[in-house]
Structures are given as C-alpha cells and as structure tokens.
Design a protein around this ligand. Structure first.
Ligand code: NZQ
Ligand code: ZN
Length: 385
C-alpha cells in the first residue's frame, strides 16, 4: 500500500426531504449566489424547495450554466461575485453546476492575470475560495464531495481539470428523490461515470490494498445490480439512494487511499467531449474497454481479480478470463443504452490523430506511472473505432 494523507471536510446530509435544512447550514447574514443550469430544477420542484428553505436570505441567482460548464459563462459569475460582495455560493444541480461553482469560487479570489491559468497552466497556490455548498440533483461525478472540477472552453475546443486543495464544498445535500426526474440518458451517463471512476482507482497496480479493493468491488457490484432497476420507470427510493451514495463514494477519496490511480480513460474522454461534443459518460463507455484491452499486460493482476470477483468468471485460463471480463464490461455499458464505438458517433481517424497530436504537444503520458503514452493512446482509440 502506498503512503497517503486522507482528509475530506465535506459534510453530507443525505435523505428524502433534507433540502429544508438549508437555513440551519448557511448563516442568515451571508450574501448568497445561487448557481444552476438550464432549468431542470424549476421543473422538478428543487428550486421551490431551496427558495422556501432560504426565505428571507439575500440571494442573487445565476442560471444558465451549461453541461460541460463553459469558461466564458463562468467568468460572468466571477464578475458578479467581485462586484456584489458575494460571500457564499450555493450550487444546485449536477456535476457541471458544482464544477462551475468551484471554478467561480476560486477564480473570484485568484490574483493571477488570467483565470484560465487555473486550468491550462495548473496554477499553483490557488487561493482559499469563496465558501460554497451544493444541493445535488444528479448522481455521477462525486463533485459534491471532492475538490476537483472540469471546465470547457468551447472557443478553443478544450476541456481541462483543476484541483483546489481548499476547494471542497462546505456541505452537500443529497436527496435521492431528485433521480426521479432524470432522463434515462442522464441516469446511464451517471452509472458509466461512477463505474469508470471506480475502475480508474481499482484497475491499476496490485498493491495488496484489500480494503480499497473490496470497497471498489462493492461499488461496481452495486451498479451492476441497480442499473436495470434505475432504468425502469419510477425506480424505488432504495435504488435511487444506493445509486446516489455509490456516486459520492466513487470519487471522494475513500477508494483511492494507498492505491495507484489511472485516469487515462478520463483524459482521453475529455478530448472527445471537447472535440466532438459527446457527453462525459458517453466518452467513458467507449474508451474504458479500449484501455482495458490495450493495457492488459500492465494491468494483468487487477484485471484478473476484476474478472474473478466482480464478474464471477471461473474460466481457468487467465487471458480468456480477462477477455471475458472486458467483453462483459462493454456489454454492461451497451445494456444500459450506451454506444461503445467511435464510429457509432461518426468519429474517425482524423479525431484520433488530433488527440494523439495534442497529447504529444503537451508532453502527456497518462495512466498510472505514465504508462499510457501518446502511442498507446492511439492504439486505445483505434481499438474502439
Ligand atoms: O441544466 P439543467 O437544466 O439542470 O439540466 C441538466 C443537464 O442538462 C440535467 N439534470 C441535472 N439534474 C437533473 C437534470 N434533469 C432532470 N432532473 C434532474 N434531477 O442533466 C444534464 C447534465 O447535467 P451535468 O451536471 O452536466 O451532468 P453530470 O453530473 O454528469 O456532470 C458532468 C460534468 O462533470 C464533469 C464532467 O467532465 C462534466 O463536465 N466531471 C466532474 C468530476 C469532478 N468534479 O470530480 C469528475 C468527473 O469525472 C467528471 O469529469
Ligand atoms: Zn467521470
């Protein structure tokens, strides 16, 4: 097991009807910026619950943050924070709203010349952000309990992540009933995202990390069991609750203690979103089986453990067992309605060339210990063409 430091200060408030607690969690004298997206919260009653809970508070609303939040939109909110003395931001939405809010909260305090440096140049010594918290409406990213964010810049077809060590939400309210208004596509995007987060921290090096491995396997098995139930109309409260907690536990630091992490699938996936407009979950369903396949030698031990413990594959021949596990993973993604090939989206070799060129220019070798070189990236993408 690797050495590690673990700290996660986000307070979780979980369960049906818990949005009403907001007034106990935010001081009355705060000037709040409430951030949200394109309006789903107005259709499913979440907006009303938040407004009722915060009656009498001084709230400025900032709506219209898009899926894959855009730098230019977020900079407008940064301006509001600076000119209107905002001292608390409440994000109400999915990963895009929460990531966007993390960026706004950090950029509003950033003293560098260009806030884009937070992303592209991975500026060091990021400031303590404006305090922020979340009301989650989409289980997927775990942004509600981590300090990372991913921001897009459509004018340059770019998408980059950042981490602010001081940038965890103060609290997050997780009411599983929000799942009921999610379109099927967003539920399956969420399932793939959580599955991929878990694999990124699990399918790496064998380091005898028994606790983290079994937590990760528990998350994967929960997703495989709950997915068909979640995709039927009106899933039960228990299914929604299990889905929501699986999402948070997938990327809040618990399963990454002492393990090597991969993240190649995500890095390649971000390029597919930036260049071709695919949803985050859609990119992962294509790329992950490719990574498993091309990196099978380096990941042999964990792939075999995954085959045996998650898919219960007993075939004695190890290579055949791994083949079967990769196939079942792809079939699982397809069973929940995801495409798993680039060509199904009309994406061809020109995009592969662009991604490989970008990784080469940036000097990026991704994956655990940099094992996914630009050349491996090409092989991965060609495998899933
Ligand atoms: O904008 P509105 O109208 O709210 O609609 C949203 C949006 O269109 C809708 N939605 C959200 N909750 C809903 C709902 N519709 C009906 N009922 C509800 N309860 O869903 C659409 C997608 O929302 P979005 O927030 O974009 O989805 P998600 O949570 O999947 O977030 C994706 C973003 O998070 C980043 C991704 O790269 C992507 O930009 N990620 C963030 C991570 C992190 N911070 O740790 C890690 C992830 O790997 C990921 O990269
Ligand atoms: Zn993800």
């Amino acid at each position: 097991m690797n050495n590690f430091v673990f700290q996660n200060p986000t307070k979780l408030i979980f369960g049906k009807g818990e949005i009403k607690r907001l007034s106990k969690l935010i001081d009355k004298d705060k000037k709040i910026l409430m951030t949200y997206g394109g309006g789903s919260i107005k259709r499913n009653g979440v907006y009303e619950q938040v407004m009722q809970a915060l009656e009498g508070y001084d709230i400025v609303e900032f709506s219209g943050i898009e899926a894959n939040p855009d730098y230019s939109t977020l900079m407008k909110a940064v301006d509001i924070c600076k000119t209107q003395n905002i001292d608390f931001i409440l994000a109400v939405g999915g990963g895009s709203i929460i990531d966007g809010t993390k960026f706004i909260a950090t950029a509003a305090k950033f003293e560098g010349e260009d806030a884009w440096d937070i992303l592209r140049k991975k500026a060091k010594n990021l400031p303590i952000p404006i305090d922020f918290a979340t009301v989650l409406t989409l289980p997927a990213t775990a942004s509600e309990m981590n300090n990372g964010g991913v921001i897009s810049r459509r004018d340059r077809c770019e998408k980059f992540s950042f981490h602010n060590p001081a940038g965890f939400p103060k609290f997050s309210i997780l009411d599983p009933t929000v799942v009921l208004s999610l379109p099927e596509k967003q539920i399956s995007n969420g399932i793939v995202d959580i599955y991929a987060h878990t694999l990124e921290q699990y399918l790496t090096t064998c380091l005898d990390t028994k606790v983290m491995d079994r937590w990760a396997e528990g998350l994967l098995l929960t997703l495989i069991e709950e997915a068909p139930k979640l995709l039927k109309p009106n899933p039960s409260y228990e299914s929604c609750a299990n889905f929501m907690l699986t999402a948070t536990m997938g990327l809040n630091g618990f399963i990454s203690m002492g393990v090597d992490e991969d993240w190649a699938t995500h890095m390649i996936g971000h390029e597919l979103t930036a260049l071709c407009g695919l949803d985050h979950g859609e990119t992962l369903a294509i790329v992950h089986p490719g990574v498993m396949s091309v990196m099978r030698k380096e990941k042999h031990g964990k792939l075999l453990q995954y085959a045996r413990r998650v898919w219960n594959i007993t075939i004695e021949n190890e290579e055949q067992a791994i083949d079967e596990a990769i196939e079942r993973t792809e079939n699982f993604f397809r069973s929940i309605g995801k495409k798993t090939r680039l060509s199904e989206y009309g994406i061809g070799n020109d995009v592969i060339d662009t991604i490989v060129q970008r990784f080469t220019d940036r000097g990026w070798a991704v994956g655990e210990h940099g094992i996914v070189t630009p050349e491996k990236t090409r092989l991965i993408l060609e495998k899933v063409l």
